[in-house]
Design a protein around this ligand. Structure first.
Ligand code: DMJ
Length: 449
């Protein structure tokens, strides 16, 4: 409520809030599409029964959310936050405006797929339909975690619009990936959309790779376990990750390293911490009696990520931590010591709690709540921190929209009963927007009704 009220007071209708300077914050990820915090927070407001706030947010969407703008946007960010947020708001509330807006935005994103291979561009001007890739990406490549994180939303867009084009686009991405040789069974982070060849052989379960793996598993779960291709791709990938990337430190902490052309960098990003929850969520379907092993792996990653928080002064985790040069789970570089209100560690606690009911996950979640209140809460909302090892806060003055959509929602779910958004019926997109499992008989049910 503190995060929302201050956003409303100082930055209403803009993308994000600057809680120290008490004004709006615009990120170039959304071009001049506005209202990221509103759309990202809709389902959180709904789930937390903040009815008045949800009503105001819905009215803003009806009157002001406009995609007819001359804007170059990140296809990935707009998909996970805006399309995902609108889809969840529709499924939870049944309000037609959200369905309509989601499909309208989905249509705007389609020109991104106009490449020789159908692997989409990272950036798209939604007025002109012209796409391009990030100038920093290896050899003009698209990014695995970006084009690999469209599947759940696009399947739902086809489901809700009756137009198969969305699902076709994401199924083609799978086809391209399945034709390619994978070094040691791993997926490099870079793929050129024109040649269909990998760029640099860098592999990460954190930034640039992360949610691609998440969406393989969740595509299978969301299909009511009928998507055998997604299932196979997920468990094969996890096998290769275990063999080549997962290591144990001398102090006994399991971590997931980064792989650069066969050499390991013994660094784990905060983003990588989501994988604890992913392994646990996928444990049930693991082949060869490996269920217990996948749960254990999830638990070990959760413990390592908790250590990365516990070993700081502020009890909030750094952006990246290392297992080399005599340290374990500690950031050594100044530019990796920040915390920007990210959710991944709390997300993993939530999955581990639901799947094991070990009370330590609630304790760890509560430690994070106390640290957020102590160090991130300011008069004008919540802010990120520049150095979590310092004893004095230097605030970055941004309240990220994912703080409302993910961090706060996962905390709320961690302390709720399991029947609030039960895993049998819902999967969370990578921005924590719940999407319903498409049960085998859904089509008939709709016809019958
Ligand atoms: C969010 O936008 C999503 O969770 C994404 O998958 C990764 N980065 C942020 C949160 O850290």
């Amino acid at each position: 409520k503190h995060a929302w009220d201050n956003y409303k007071r100082y930055a209403w209708g803009l993308n994000e809030l600057k809680p120290i300077s008490k004004q709006g914050h615009s990120s170039n990820l959304f071009g001049n599409i506005q209202g990221a915090t509103i759309v990202d927070a809709l389902d959180t407001l709904y789930i937390m029964e903040m009815k008045e706030e949800f009503k105001e947010a819905k009215e803003w969407v009806e009157k002001n959310l406009d995609f007819n703008v001359n804007a170059e946007i990140s296809v990935f960010e707009v998909n996970i936050r805006f399309v995902g947020g609108l889809l969840s708001a529709y499924y939870l509330s049944g309000e037609e405006v959200f369905r309509k807006k989601a499909v309208e935005l989905g249509e705007k994103l389609l020109p991104a797929f106009n490449t020789p291979t159908g692997i989409p561009w990272a950036l798209l001007n939604i007025k002109s339909g012209i796409g391009r890739n990030w100038p920093w990406a290896s050899g003009g490549s698209s990014i695995l975690a970006e084009f690999g994180t469209l599947h759940l939303e696009f399947v739902h867009l086809s489901h809700l619009s009756g137009n198969p084009v969305f699902a076709e686009k994401v199924m083609n991405i799978r086809k391209v990936l399945n034709r390619l040789d994978k070094p040691e069974g791993l997926y490099p982070n870079y793929l050129n959309p024109s040649s269909g060849q990998w760029g640099q052989h860098h592999v990460s379960i954190g930034g640039l790779g992360d949610s691609f793996y998440e969406y393989l598993l969740k595509a299978w779960l969301m299909s009511d376990k009928t998507d055998e291709e997604g299932k196979k791709m997920y468990y094969d990938a996890v096998q290769a990750i275990q063999t080549h990337l997962i290591r144990k430190s001398s102090g006994g902490l399991t971590y997931i390293a980064e792989w650069k052309g066969g050499l390991l960098e013994h660094k784990m990003g905060h983003l990588t911490c989501f994988a604890g929850g992913m392994f646990a969520l996928g444990a049930d379907g693991a082949p060869n009696d490996k269920t217990g092993h996948h749960i254990e792996l999830g638990a070990e990653i959760a413990r390592t990520c908790h250590e990365s928080y516990d070993r700081t002064s502020m009890k909030l985790g750094p952006e990246a931590f290392r297992f080399d040069g005599g340290v374990e789970a500690i950031a050594t570089r100044q530019n990796e010591k920040y915390y920007i209100l990210r959710p991944e560690v709390i997300e993993t606690y939530m999955y581990m709690w639901r799947l094991t009911h070990d009370p330590k996950y609630r304790q760890w979640g509560w430690e994070a709540v106390e640290a957020l209140e102590k160090h991130c809460r300011v008069d004008g909302g919540y802010s990120g921190i520049r150095d979590v090892y310092n004893n004095h806060e230097s605030h970055d003055d941004v309240q990220q929209s994912f703080f409302l959509s993910e961090t706060l929602k996962y905390l709320y779910l961690l302390f709720s009963e399991d029947d609030l958004l039960p895993f049998e019926h819902w999967v969370f997109n990578t921005e924590a927007h719940p999407l319903p499992v498409l049960h085998k008989d859904d089509g008939n049910k709709e016809e019958n009704q």
